[in-house]
Design a protein around this ligand. Sequence first.
Ligand code: PRX
Length: 691
Amino acid sequence: LSLVLPNFGKYLSSNNPLLNCTTSYMRTGQSSARPLCLSHCGLSSRNISTTTDYPEFKDLEEIKTHDNLYKFSINKPEVFWSRLARSRLTWSKDFTHVMKGDFLQGKMEWFTGGTLNASVNCIDRHLKTHGDKVALIWERDEPGTHSVYTYRKLSEMVGKIGNLLLKSGVKPGDRVAIYLPKSPTAVATMLACARIGAIHSVVFAGFSADALAGRINDAQAETVVTANQAVRGGKLIELKKMVDSAVTRCPCVKRVLVYNRTEAKVPMGKLDIDMTKATLGESTDCPVVQRASEDTLFMLYTSGSTGSPKGITHSTAGYLLYSNVTFKHVFDYRDGEKFGCVADIGWITGHSYVLYGPLSNGGTTLLFESTPVYPNAGRYWEMVERLKLDHIYLAPTSLRLLLKSGDEFVKKYDRSSLRKLGCVGEPLNHEAWEWYYNVVGERRCDIIDTWWQTETGGVCISPRPSELGAEIIPGMPMRAMPGIKLGLYDSEGKEVKGETGEGALCICQPWPGMARTIYNDHDRFLKTYLKPVPGVYYTGDGAHRHKGGYYQITGRMDDVLNVSGHRLGTAEIEDALDDHPDVAESAVVGFPHDIKGEGIYAYVVLKDGRTLTKKELEKQLKALIKSKIGGLALPEIILFTPSLPRTRSGKIMRRILRKVASNKFDELGDTTTLSEPEVVDFIVKKHKELT
Ligand code: PRX
């Protein structure tokens, strides 16, 4: 094990069975996974066009290809980013410095001296010429129902909500917790915050009241925006009830705005404001608060390997520019197209590629409120046909789920409008890649496997941009985005040189979209991202670099789980389990799951003298996790054991727990040095009984 990088061995691709087929293909060159040369419109060798794609570089003779552009972006980042910033964003005051600080100092600033407003960039500047263009297509949970919102309509909603927030006492820099279903109201509330200079903190509406309370208190949010109910997959979710329960533990909350998603009447208390009624009398014209480039646009909580979730904090200018530029070039988004990112706005994907990227480009973006299987596994494809979507951007987990339902659900709908098929959040395994490419995309569409994180603000690795027709290899996001300098580091923190290699994935140069800090805990930010390998940004993921310099992600190197593309810390789940009065201690690990990517496996040690049966306890433990975190953190398996395997110095041997959970009994290694070696035999036996 590493002296420098914790858990270093965990990244190895052999630990991730979902990757093995692709990896072995890379080694053996099996024909079913050959590199694909895709060509569109006969433009198979099209070079970069500085006139249409990157007009800001058209005077530069040296930029003729994507390769040239990439090298330029790395060698002259200040020229590269300042030209893009001035041409892609609208500023109320131009910036004086492009970039200050570095990873060693632990502080990065971009575009200082400049001021701008994100809502102006996402709405106002499009109104004159594109006021009647559709900004949002809201695909409601109820199958077959959608409604459209033009830029003008969105602007009016933002104005009214902005004025309501102002009137309620929300000031620039205040945090506003948003706990809403994916809806035009949610988008308008986020943009209203941006307009008046407040910081939005969206909490995924699938998180429990406890999880919401933790995030509200950490951010010291005085304002919460929620809905009476949410509707998902035909089921009603009592959002307002959750907020009522959360707010009893949040003394900082002064007001709760309630949007009526359904007809249901919910009890309203003295903090509550009916948003629909209250916005009726508000003007659609809301004054704009200009923000300094480095002012925080939003924070978003995400899980780490230890402790409570971290409030990842993003800047106004750098984030907005990065989501704008990556949206345009990763997906080759063209004016007039309909972009269908199905992620919830409670995740970073929803922030960058439902809202800020598409709207700052004047695009048309989808708000998908439902699930991939409601009313059946044809939901996405029926929607593609009805809405004529040009792009779809989803998580591999939903592909793995849908492909099991058979091709008929896909084939009965016309998908000829689709041009690009994107995915994000976890490795896109070989079978899912092939199905996406062959069945969904009818071998016409590029598969855009994008790697990035809440912390990176936008896509950092993706097969595009690159020359159309350039190869796309299944199972890997491949190419670094312009401005992103990638590096691999070994267990001692030394760079892995050479064309191919394996190691900890790091980003070696600052980029505008990166998170600036963890809210109220800059030391944790430094410790997590900038100190593990001094001088670079440490992603926490492992990667392979293949021939051609293409990157393949092998998974997290820390104790963070990726369950259906959702990031969860094992420590958070253990904390919830340990709260049960009968639990002495617990250890949670991930194991390979053919749909979710990773499943949750909990080993639980009970205290002596309890009276409940194990069955009853299991029920209570699951209920506890649901109430402390949310249904997304429920373990597949709970194994009760008299103790956990430990080293003689008392450290829990998670490696052994992971191997047992993954059925890799012959890889347990030497267990004789453990303090109680017999416990391993016990958990292996119990595991076999349970599975
Ligand atoms: O482990 C990587 C995985 O998701 C993590 C980031 O999770 P989150 O911050 O929730 O953001 C997800 C959406 C941007 C990464 O550290 N991950 C993300 N994309 C990929 C991926 N793993 C493999 N391949 C990807 N394309």
